[in-house]
Design a protein around this ligand. Structure first.
Ligand code: EAX
Length: 337
């Protein structure tokens, strides 16, 4: 073996010393970002894009690390983690968000939006911005309204054509009373449950049914345990990229600007992926063996009107103020058409 000469030894010594110092010199910020969905779902593709841009623009100073598939807990757990400072970021559906900012429940109302264009007009416009701006007060900061998508019902028992077919189905819903009331209005038996437990619950027939956008149904392989898919599009489910307010305040103004800009690019990209998923995945799910129906939506819309008239829902959407809730719902309805 070749012996090191004095000079080489010195160089190695200096390099080792520099390596020891390096964490203090080039201090790297790691932002962990959790999601509930499977690695190939659109949320995770968007977070990867966001991470790439942030890494490039901060020259490696900020590294966003993705933790998909509810590894870090349910969507609600992750949002709580952001408040506590034990997690930096999450991309989540609005499912749990109404528990933190009640006005978000507005977007949980069934058949609120006509199409994607009207969703974006409301979310990116005055109403969506004002609701997003309420988050810092509860220790969270919105980096934009992303997309989960229009939700459709799957089940193991019946090809749904009309509301009467939903009657009696035990259906898993996200954990918010607006979802529960909507499914009750359709005659189903809703059971709130965290998303991470859903596949097993369907497999073991703890529930007959669930509802989610096609991108989730496909990436979570629900077609393995559900025979029927009904394209009801009853809820438009936005998603939100959130960063802990504590983390946000520690970032330099320059890095905040980089993160904001990267989130906007990732949002546009994710919305595009979501639209493409809706265009392509029906065929894939059919190939995978699902029986797909396209029920007339009018009787479903009619059946769930009671949710809009529910005083508890109206008050909650107004943040405890019924008049404010009524006003917000009317404004959203107008803007969404
Ligand atoms: O956010 O809980 C749900 O059904 C959500 O749609 C899913 O986790 C993606």
């Amino acid at each position: 073996m070749r012996k090191f000469n004095k000079c080489t030894m010195m160089i190695i010594g200096v390099m080792a010393f520099m390596l020891l110092l390096s964490p203090a010199v080039g201090a790297k910020t790691i932002l962990k970002c959790g999601t509930s969905t499977q690695p190939d779902h659109i949320y995770n593709k968007a977070v990867e894009k966001f991470a790439d841009i942030v890494k490039e623009k901060t020259k490696g100073e900020i590294e966003v690390q993705l933790f998909p598939a509810a590894q870090l807990g349910s969507e609600r757990d992750m949002v709580e983690g952001l408040q506590l400072g034990s997690l930096e970021m999450t991309l989540t559906s609005t499912g749990p968000l109404g528990n933190f900012v009640p006005q978000v429940k507005l977007f949980n109302l069934p058949f609120l939006f006509k199409d994607r264009k009207s969703c974006y007009a409301v979310l990116d416009g005055d109403i969506g911005t004002r609701i997003a701006n309420r988050f810092p007060k509860v220790g969270l900061r919105s980096l934009g309204w992303f997309e989960n998508g229009f939700r459709n019902i799957t089940n193991s028992r019946v090809a749904i054509q009309k509301p009467a077919d939903v009657k009696g189905l035990k259906i898993r819903v996200m954990e918010d009373d607006v979802f529960i009331l909507t499914m009750k209005a359709l005659g189903a038996s809703p059971l709130p449950m965290a998303f991470g437990e859903l596949y097993t619950a369907l497999e073991q027939k703890t529930v007959d049914a669930q509802e989610n956008p096609l991108a989730v149904i496909y990436s979570s392989r629900f077609f393995e345990v559900q025979k029927y898919l009904a394209m009801t599009g009853h809820f438009y489910s936005p998603a939100m990229l959130l960063i802990s307010e504590m983390t946000w305040q520690k970032l330099s103004k320059e890095n905040q600007a980089i993160i904001t800009a990267a989130a906007t690019v990732a949002k546009e990209y994710e919305r595009k992926l979501s639209m493409e998923a809706d265009q392509n995945l029906e065929a894939e799910l059919k190939k995978a063996g699902m029986t797909i129906t396209h029920p007339d939506k009018a009787p479903f819309v009619k059946a769930v009107q009671s949710v809009y008239d529910n005083p508890k829902v109206i008050k909650a959407i107004g943040g405890g103020d019924a008049a404010a809730g009524k006003k917000l719902i009317e404004a959203a309805k107008t803007a969404a058409q």
